[in-house]
Design a protein around this ligand. Sequence first.
Ligand code: AMP
Length: 541
Amino acid sequence: MQGLMMDYPLTMERILEHANRLYPRKRITTVLPDGNVHRYTWADVHSRSKRLASALGGLGIEPGDRVGTFAWNNYQHLELYFAVPCSGAVCHTLNIRLSPDQLAYIIGHAEDKAIFVESTLLPRFEAVAARLSRCPRIVLFNGEPGIRTALSDTCCYEDLIAGGSDTFEWPVIGEDAAMGLCYTSGTTGEPRGALYSHRSMFLHTLGVNQSNAVGIVESDVVMPVVPQFHAMAWGLPYACAAAGAELVLPGPHLNPGALARTIAKEGVSIPAGVPTIWTGLYEELKVNPRDISCIRALIVGGAAMPRSLIEAYETELDVPVVHAWGMTELSPLGTVSRLQRHHRALPDADKWDVKARQGVPICGVDMRIVDDSGNEAPWDGRSMGEIQVRGPWVIESYYRQDPAPDHFTADGWFRTGDVGAMSPDGFLTITDRTRDLIKSGGEWISSVALENTLMGHPAVTEAAVIAVSDAKWTERPLAIAVRSPGAVPVTVEALRAHLASVYPKYWVPDKIVFVAQIPKTSVGKLDKKVIRRQYAEGQFD
Ligand code: AMP
């Protein structure tokens, strides 16, 4: 027997309409590139998003077309988060930190029809455009009047909005239509796209706002420090609209001093970012103390939050830390670590151990641990295996890629590539990654790509790159290399310059060590386990 309830499409326009109707005066604050502050309301987001959506047709954008964004966190980017999907197109956030070659590949793969570029990032984007076989339509915003560019097909965001209509009727969109696209780096091969649907993002929004998860409420002031170009800013803009909360968007001002000022001045109750950001903020506050008692939950994810930092925030600064795990492929939220009733009696030291775990799957995410022989591992806190997940906001296949068995199981689970264990009370602890990507300052660095480029140097025969822990960036790459016999001996500086000519600066290993040989597995692959052990034993010091 079928239920007799309405078939109500779960689309992003419902969330924006809700924010406009119920919370029209709640504020959105943006720190502009020049340091000034721009303030407006959810009602303004609504009317300007309608104008923008109505004007997209004039750019030749049709339902299903991909519309790129190349921007920091700001109110225009927020408008694009709503206007693009609510018009039926797909909001494709481009990671501004990738190299021009990587970005050119992604734009070509996504076939972006137009790209909205923040003017302060124009020089960076021009380097990308030079590599495109066909440059999409470019819309510039946040710039000085009369900004000059070599790009041919450009127009100005405010002109576009001025030509739109705020009485525009949203088109009817099916809940399964695509709404957003984010690429994530792979260990091997090219970056892969996670294509979210209206339904998946709507349900993810409700998931984020579960009280066991982030649980944003109307009285919150939320600051996503996590970039809007990374996993839809963890879905926080949508969760804020759904809850009627206020948003603070820090623009390009991500240094610890600026963040501390913004938190204190704007009364931020939920800031969210990667551990590197919170390491910097903690150090800043030790030197320049500020009243940050407005914070009720410091959300940290994207990489493991060190236990010592959790303890420092909780005991020295009296700031509650909420540690979460997720992936671009999960929209991104998967687990959240919050103390439960049975933890109350624990001594503080044990509480920090609980918080340092990645946490409990939120309702909507099924999780299992699968060992090397393909069997499900027990939740005993010790048995390790690959973390596999499924749920309504978990990826089913990558954009324009056949579902390969190394990402998806035959019985319908997504293979995260993370390795971990589950405790009997359902807390996930991540112990490793099956892939050897390096996560530095919240951004991926591919060890395989670095190795290939190092080995592409004529004076290097072999190279391996591993992640080593770093107090500031969580992880940094360390390279070991074998010099080619007979070649003119290459210096570390020359190799670093070689890498810097191909990759962004933050990819370049701080340390490159020359060795006589690199450990290999029985099948001749680089044995990273052994290399890591050698590093831990101080062999590369
Ligand atoms: P991304 O898709 O860029 O968000 O990266 C997802 C990956 O980041 C996961 O597969 C994990 O390897 C890592 N990650 C995310 N959150 C955490 C966390 N809290 N602790 C450890 N690793 C994490």
